[in-house]
Design a protein around this ligand. Sequence first.
Ligand SMILES: Cc1ncc(C[n+]2csc(CCOP(=O)(O)OP(=O)(O)O)c2C)c(N)n1
Length: 357
Amino acid sequence: MATTTARPAALDGSEDGRGLLTRDDRARLYRYMLLMRATEERALTLYRQGKVPGSYYDGHGQEAVSVGSAYALGPRDRACVLHRDLGAHLIRGVRPGRVLAQMMGRATGITGGRDGNMHFGDRHLGCVGMVSMLPDMALVACGLGLAFQIRREPRVAMTWFGEGSTANGVWHEAMNVAGIRRLPVVFVLENNQFAYSTPNDHEFAVDPVERAAGYGFPGIKVDGNDVEAVFSAAAAACERARTGGGPTLIECDTMRMHGHGAHDDMRYVPPELLEHWAARDPVEAYEARLAAAGIDTAAIQADVRAELERDTEWALQQPMPDPPTATDGVFAEVAEPLGDGEAPWSRWSPDREATHA
Ligand SMILES: Cc1ncc(C[n+]2csc(CCOP(=O)(O)OP(=O)(O)O)c2C)c(N)n1
């Protein structure tokens, strides 16, 4: 199966070359990219102020991938989102305030303070919480795709992962099962040049997009810093999946402009490489294109700034979770007593029984 390179969409003020994006869509794409960047910058500030526990992981420089691809999903589709894809959460309707509350472990964060800054996803908005083992979310997406297929529902599961994840056996299992069963799954590969400190030329001998052919479905490579090119490829892949055409792998060529996490000074990245990609910043490039097309980007910027100020203030006022509720909703309820109404631990530990009495 041929591997193709999608052409970046042309901006002519009214169409994207495929007739899918209106002016309003373009303004929204810009807004979400800006919102993702601004929210992550704010979260980083909160981290540096000691308000975000652990480390902090962002997608600075990868906004076009996250936003362009997620924008192609419909409300009934599902998003298996990873650590650099805040834009996907925002597009699905998660408010920046809830994201910031999540980062700070507050009770009104997405997991109610039961997790830090990574494994969250609002199921009511169609976002599946991240699984840390990479790239296990690809298999979760296949499971969703299989359910949609069995129920004959025209729905799509989209999943994101870095190029480092394509070296893991789980990724190949996901690609294999998706290819065999022609599952309605869109695999979005974010090739951000580094898997932690490992550069591309130490990661693979053959561009991972080529591997799709080995599993019997198309692989498409796009400029991951061009939000319309990403959207265009994702919209075509979703349409293909929805109409029984099976999976697609979309490789988005981009760059991780920050360290792996906030703790990482990324001194292993050559400065000239960073300069090269900084000149192709996805948010700035799109702003220039929209401004040239007469879209009021300054108004969008002001709107995003105001929203973030409001949401930050709200997030900072949110309470920490109440400790006695810490395990609420975490474990499955035991459906039936194990015998005579006796607590299970009493059979092996009278001390423990006493503690829990
Ligand atoms: C199976 C597994 N091995 C190792 C890790 C630790 N780890 C977390 S992120 C990361 C780098 C992943 O690189 P890539 O897939 O390219 O994604 P990126 O972080 O660059 O977006 C590693 C090794 C993990 N989460 N899961």
